[in-house]
Design a protein around this ligand. Structure first.
Ligand code: NAP
Length: 313
């Protein structure tokens, strides 16, 4: 029996519709959430991400503005920009698109973002709030994974969850969110011993590694739920045939674009597990939906009282 496909596009659309409705309900108050995006230089991937973030804001009624300092920007100049955004009342969220150029001290810049406006959830204050189960802003991708699991009625409490990957933006917050939801969590990384046997214990397996198709059949137990966070590219004909034998649609896309997307989970895994997120169309769409949701949440946490007063008046 093949796995249930956990449709990230559908769940992301539901979340965006909920955010848009809340914003519509605020319209009488004259208050609306605002997001400032900082995009340094001309990294093509970053430009695409930022474009889709700004487009999502427009569709949902979130005010957005884009700041585009040149590639040569200094740490000091970026700090000044962040400070000015911190001080503006109508800006609820500040997103500094990564990566930053090598001359910039990225950690210093991210640390300067007001934790109350840190819609990426990267600030140590928000990481601490998450680990102590206090209200705060949570990193978008792992927050999106929780939405997929919860809205798909995957049992989390008491489940054995294994997270492969310990990055600050995906693996660690993912493990914390699952722990907070009462799963028994194991975090794995490149130094973990006998990874397949650890992964086979998982009722919920989250792969956030960055290695094309690394999680094969031997890593999963029958019936498990597998969440594939990875976004990698297949760029050779040999890999295309290895990962997607007989897949005409992907072969055509490969011929046209020179590459196709693949997650960290080998496509063969869909044949043995209970439920799985596809790539593309799984976790990816949730990341932007959660950014929108975080911007609204930041507004409510920071100006909630004022919004309520305005609505009542
Ligand atoms: P990252 O910072 O490079 O972290 C990768 C993690 O995987 C590290 O903890 C690393 O271990 C571990 N790892 C690497 N090779 C391994 C191996 N052979 N066995 C076990 N663990 C291994 O990456 P990231 O930012 O977390 O992203 C992970 C993946 O998710 C990437 O493909 C990225 O493109 C994707 N992603 C997708 C979205 C989305 O919206 N869908 C968002 C963010 C990221 P060590 O710590 O020991 O080095």
């Amino acid at each position: 029996m093949s796995a249930v496909i956990l449709d990230g596009n559908r769940i992301a659309t539901d979340i965006k519709n909920e955010v848009a409705e809340e914003i519509r309900n605020l319209s009488g108050s004259g208050v609306r959430p605002g997001l400032a995006v900082v995009l340094v230089g001309h990294n093509p991937a970053s430009e695409i991400y930022v474009r889709s973030k700004v487009k999502a804001c427009e569709a949902l009624g979130i005010f957005s503005e884009k700041h585009t300092p040149p590639e040569s920007v200094s740490t000091q100049e970026l700090l000044e920009l962040v400070h000015s955004l911190n001080s503006r009342e109508e800006i609820d969220g500040i997103l500094v698109q990564l990566p930053l150029p090598p001359q910039v001290d990225a950690k210093k810049v991210l640390l300067a973002v007001d934790p109350a406006k840190d819609v990426d959830g990267f600030h140590p204050m928000n990481v601490g709030l998450l680990s102590t189960q206090r209200p705060g802003l949570v990193s978008c991708t792992p927050a999106g994974v929780m939405e997929i699991l919860q809205r798909s009625n995957i049992p989390i409490s008491g489940a054995d969850a294994v997270v492969v990957g310990r990055s600050d933006i995906v693996g660690k917050p993912m493990a914390m969110l699952l722990t907070n939801a009462n799963a028994t969590v194991t975090i794995c990384h490149s130094k973990s011993r006998d990874l397949p046997s650890v992964c086979r214990r998982a009722d919920i397996l989250v792969a956030a590694i960055g290695r094309a198709g690394m999680i094969t059949r031997e890593f999963v137990k029958a019936g498990a739920t597998v969440v594939d966070v990875g976004m990698n590219k297949v760029t050779t004909q040999k890999d295309l045939e290895y990962f997607f034998p007989g897949d005409q649609k992907r072969a055509q896309a490969f011929a046209k674009n020179g590459s196709v997307l693949i997650g960290d989970v080998h496509p063969e895994v869909a044949g043995v597990v209970g439920a799985i997120t596809p790539v593309p169309g799984g976790v990816g769409p949730l990341t932007i939906a959660m950014l929108m949701s975080n911007t609204l949440k930041a507004m409510k946490l920071r100006r909630g009282e004022r919004v309520r007063e305005a609505v009542v008046r």
